[in-house]
Design a protein around this ligand. Sequence first.
Ligand SMILES: Cc1ncc(COP(=O)(O)O)c(C=O)c1O
Length: 460
Amino acid sequence: MNLPIQSNDIQAVIEADRAHVWHHLIQHKPFETIDPRIMVEGRGMRVWDATGREHLDGVSGGVWTVNVGYGRESIADAVRDQLVKMNYFANSAGSIPGAMFAKQLIDKMPGLSRVYYSNSGSEANEKAFKMIRQISHRHHGGRKYKILYRDRDYHGTTIGALSAGGQPQRVEQYGPLVPGFVSVPHCLEYRNQYPDAESYGLAAANAIEEVILREGPDTVGGLCLEPITAGGGVITPPPGYWERVQEICAKYNILLHIDEVVCGVGRTGAWFGYQHYGIKPDFVTMAKGVASGYAAISCTVTTEAVFEQFKDDASDPMSYFRDISTFGGCAAGPAAALENMRIVEDENLIENTQVMGERMMDNLRALQDKHAVIGDVRGKGLFVGAELVSDRKTKDPMEEKRVHAVVADCMAQGVIIGATNRSLHGYNNTLCFSPALIATAQDIDQITDSVDRALTKVFG
Ligand SMILES: Cc1ncc(COP(=O)(O)O)c(C=O)c1O
């Protein structure tokens, strides 16, 4: 179904965009000859652009965000009602939705107890980094300041978060970066760095310990990891990995920070990705799916043990977390997040994610039998990747240009999928899928059927 265009003068919109909007993550030279894409309307799993063309969205708003789908009037109503009652007050005071969402969130996160609000995934991660640094200053003489991050992981776009970025192409051209961030090896078994190890998971975790020992355990304050790496190629952890990571953190008194900006709030078929692996984190950060893009909100969630370290000396005027996020006080975020959470619960979207995720993996594995170019299929819930290779035996990665030709062909068929892009030199070769958690079997089949046709077209 193609919708009529809403504005009588969509050309004026396009020209205003072309003249004045600086879009994210995209080269602008082509817009001198082609129109920028303007998204006009969304409903459920589908979006319509300014030409009235319908697309099935297989990536939840491009960057795995719109978990409950488009056009949710109940979220818009909740936000509207909150904004006309009390839109904003700095978060040194509380708000009704801020308190109530924190309570409901903590109910889903046993072992954690405090929620710090801000606006984006990058910012939520920066807060955790600052907390770790402040703990180092107040409790370890400033020595335990280093923060470890993993190759291929991404934690955000600000200079601090970029300094914890395991994707070299994203970091390039923005140095010098912040000192005190140190990388550990990735854990992608398909690209096994320890072929002789008995257990890949243990070897990949032990590689973290090696870095800690090299740096000096008394200098390392935190370890920041995605539960399942997103933009670095949808990397699910190998068996045994997380148990060993947890042991290592406990052994060296290192705070474990899990970045759930993508995985959080149902995406992987659990409330949080870490909950699949029995991890006990010290920090969990989240953003995208928290309010599904209906309002800007992010959360840095931590334990009472961490929180206590910021109020140990009431007589010292500097003994508190000396941070503010202006719009962390905007009540639209938690109001949207409360209704978003209700929808996930009432519509059984976590269960749907498990079932539809299995279907998507099965469909892609069937395509792997048919198309030699698919080297590996991996994922959890509705968070799935298919790594393309030019040779299955050598696993040589497929050229980024040809991977993007598959994405473009799906788009031409009216299906939006994603791919890793300009992140890892030579390894931007994974197709990414993250449909909304409301996806039906027909939606999943439509996505994978379009991939089937695109692979045939691009690779024969
Ligand atoms: C795992 C992860 N962490 C953090 C971020 C940064 O979030 P934001 O773009 O909201 O700052 C992203 C963004 O894609 C992400 O994928």
